[in-house]
Ligand binder design. Sequence first.
Ligand code: NI
Length: 169
Amino acid sequence: MALLPILRYPDSRLHTVAKPVSTVDARIKTLIADMLQTMYEAKGIGLAATQVDVHERLIVMDVSEERDQAIILINPQLVWTSAETHLNEEGCLSVPGIYDGVERFDAVTVSALDEHGTSRVLQAEDLLAVCIQHEMDHLMGKVFVEYLSPLKRNRIKKKMIKAQREEAQ
Ligand code: NI
């Protein structure tokens, strides 16, 4: 296993639209293991392949307290969304230290392949539902700050650029 570097906003590669995974082979299994390790190390609850500069439709998540209930979604598709939506405070490993409200469906049903290449349907609500929507956005090249006002987004962009410049020194 290996820790993977996480792309940081406003890196333009975060806006790449991911392609479907063609086969769940050894390469994908290694990528899943590396992404899980990277997500746990960074204390995140979700990571999309886009964030580690791999532009294929793959997400890893774990919203459990014990950090022992990994969920892997390959080629996820939303098949149902609730009528109700809610404003949720979100953060992102690609936008460290920034948290803000995004309107999301309360519940979703997603169909996907799991890490064995088996099709599954997952019904999710609350935090897991929010996480799925956030991570699926990454696969479409969308970062959560793009839901915020241009003013807020520009402020975040400047803050991120400044932080990365300081770290590089
Ligand atoms: Ni994110």
